[in-house]
Design a protein around this ligand. Sequence first.
Ligand SMILES: Nc1ncnc2c1ncn2[C@@H]1O[C@H](COP(=O)(O)OP(=O)(O)O)[C@@H](O)[C@H]1O
Ligand SMILES: [Mg+2]
Length: 335
Amino acid sequence: MKRLRVAVLTHPTLVPPESREGYSEQEAHVWKTEFDVVATLRELGHDVRVLPVANELTLIRETVEQWKPDIFFNLLEEFLGRQEFDHHVVSFLELMQVPYTGCHTRGLILARDKALSKKLLAYHHLLVPKFAVFPRDRRVVRPKALEFPLIVKSLVKESSLGISQASIVDNDEKLRDRVAFIHQRIGSDAIAEQYIDGRELYAGMMGNARVDVLPVWELLFENLPPGAARIATAHVKHNPDYQERRGIFQQAAEDLTPALRQQVINTSRRIARILDLDGYNRIDYRLSEDGKLYFLEANPNPDLAASEEFASAAEAAGWSYPELIERILRLGLKR
Ligand SMILES: Nc1ncnc2c1ncn2[C@@H]1O[C@H](COP(=O)(O)OP(=O)(O)O)[C@@H](O)[C@H]1O
Ligand SMILES: [Mg+2]
């Protein structure tokens, strides 16, 4: 690949240092994705500028006009402090007519809303947990068909914001409390979903029109306290000490039948088409005790840290980390 001018978009607090030295694991956890991507782009010989973007777009416009990057590497996860505003920045890049990595605006919007995405997939007869949405200004009335246990989440936030063991509720009073928690503390509408006990599987995907599905990946919980549900809470995702203590790790999913593996591949490709995902994406599934594959959510632009699920699955598929990053650039340039 020829040397490119790559402008990396990231939140100002996540601009990575030159070196990891002197930082604790917990400190490095915060910007490890940005660190890995920027260091790898430089290793690949590209000319890299990191653009801190939080509340305004001037820097992007000036960079387009003055530095003329070949592509933006989009690592932004929020704008104006809101995760659900990420697609607005991508719209701006589209209006500026500059190439960028990852998913386009429409895919970001369809995947963002945990109810909308499920409605679209259910229309196409894919299996999704039953659910109800509880908007902020409305009373919590549970539809009769929606039986406990339920898991209560934000309708639009990600990275397990607001998800803990208390998210799983088994009566109407707890449901109301947890919905109120999402409304007040997380500041968004809430969704309550049928809780699917079972294994947590991920399928990474890469491609625009033609999609490659990466090996099926699994999140494992070896040492949770008795009675704790095996779910990816905020601690599970973001606390390295907790991960260590509780035996949380990810690896290639073992003991799946060939038929089930094929089902994950076919289902993931269909989801990419229905939700109009391009670039690189990860679908989260739950495999119930009775072997049914439930869609949980689609993650356009999933975490790219070298140690996380997506890059690990890519590596198992034979893509070294630098190859993965280069492929993501190519997909952005080709769109
Ligand atoms: N319906 C469900 N049944 C079982 N577990 C769930 C369900 N929904 C969410 N979870 C658990 O909570 C985690 C986070 O939920 P998810 O919808 O993926 O939100 P986020 O966007 O924060 O990742 C999942 O990875 C899974 O472990
Ligand atoms: Mg998820």
